[in-house]
Design a protein around this ligand. Structure first.
Ligand code: SAM
Length: 280
């Protein structure tokens, strides 16, 4: 038994026959000290509702609950994990609410319901196949500040590097702009491949994203999203050519924003993108 009175994760995986499914991006953590360390990165657990995507056999869920999370609301797509999670719900009566479903499709706020005075923090070891899509879903929220106070997420390291990348680097792209223009983003630490069953091909990392208050001159979110996609879809081309995909002559827009028409997407700062989006 572990400190929380529940069996070790390896035993849970074997008892419930949870052989990892690649199609569901399953790489399970088994060390509660490690998941406790991840959980403690989210501030003020005792006063927060944690929204977790993909609890799987429950390693991170247990780390969160052992470290005092008031309530964990989790969405898991794999029916096989639901029974294993019932044991965790029983050990933490009234604190764990598990829903079977696809996190890409759920309306998180109606799932979580009334939060009272509590903040919501998202903490998850995301399935690698839908991790980026989920991040984009959360970061392109039309209301900002959004319904969550912070995101503490595990990604493949390469994705983490794209989130925090600066201009004029290979990793700088759509994800960097969409995350950094409205939030502070940092990589907290790496997680080695060996921490998982089965071990993934690459190192992972924990990224923390904290939304900022939206500036009064912030561009329209949808416009920025379209602009950034068009610019980085053809990142080697000059903007005067790649931005034609938006269906409007880009030259007057670039001139009005004070951006050289021969620049390429990766040369533009986040502020440049915001200024240019405001011209569209
Ligand atoms: N949190 C567990 C851990 O740290 O060991 C499991 C993490 S595993 C990388 C990702 C989990 O997300 C799996 O349990 C998988 O079944 C689940 N999952 C995959 N796609 C999902 C989706 N679209 N919605 C909800 N859960 C999903």
């Amino acid at each position: 038994m572990n400190k929380d009175g529940l069996p070790p994760l390896r035993e849970v995986i074997s008892t419930y026959g949870l052989q990892a499914k690649k199609a569901l991006g399953q790489n399970f953590l088994t060390d509660l000290n490690l998941t406790g360390k991840i959980a403690r990165c989210a501030e003020n657990l005792e006063n927060s509702i944690i929204y977790e995507v993909g609890p799987g056999p429950g390693a991170l869920t247990r780390g969160l609950l052992m470290n005092g999370a008031a309530i964990v609301v989790a969405v898991e797509m794999d029916h096989r994990c639901i029974d294993a999670l019932k044991d965790v719900s029983n050990a933490y009566a009234g604190k764990l609410d598990v829903h079977e479903g696809d996190a890409l499709k759920v309306d998180e706020q109606s799932l979580i319901g009334d939060t009272g005075e509590k903040d919501i923090h998202i903490v998850a070891n995301l399935p690698y196949n839908v991790g980026t899509a989920l991040l984009v879903k959360w970061m392109t929220s039309s209301n900002w500040k959004p319904w969550f106070k912070s995101l503490t997420l595990m990604f493949q390291k390469e994705v983490g590097m794209r989130i925090i990348a600066k201009p004029k680097t290979k990793a700088y792209g759509r994800l960097s702009v969409l995350c950094q223009y409205r939030a502070d983003c940092r990589v907290l630490f790496d997680i080695p491949r060996q921490a998982f069953i089965p071990p993934p091909k690459v190192t992972s990392c924990i990224v923390q994203i904290t939304p900022r208050v939206e500036a009064s001159d912030a561009p329209n979110q949808k416009t920025l999203e379209k602009l950034v996609s068009a610019a980085f879809n053809q990142r080697r081309k000059m903007l005067r050519s790649s931005l034609k995909a938006l269906g409007v002559d880009p030259l007057p827009k670039l001139a009005a924003a004070g951006i050289n028409e021969t620049s390429r997407a990766e040369e533009l700062s986040i502020e440049d993108f915001c200024r240019l989006a405001s011209e569209y």
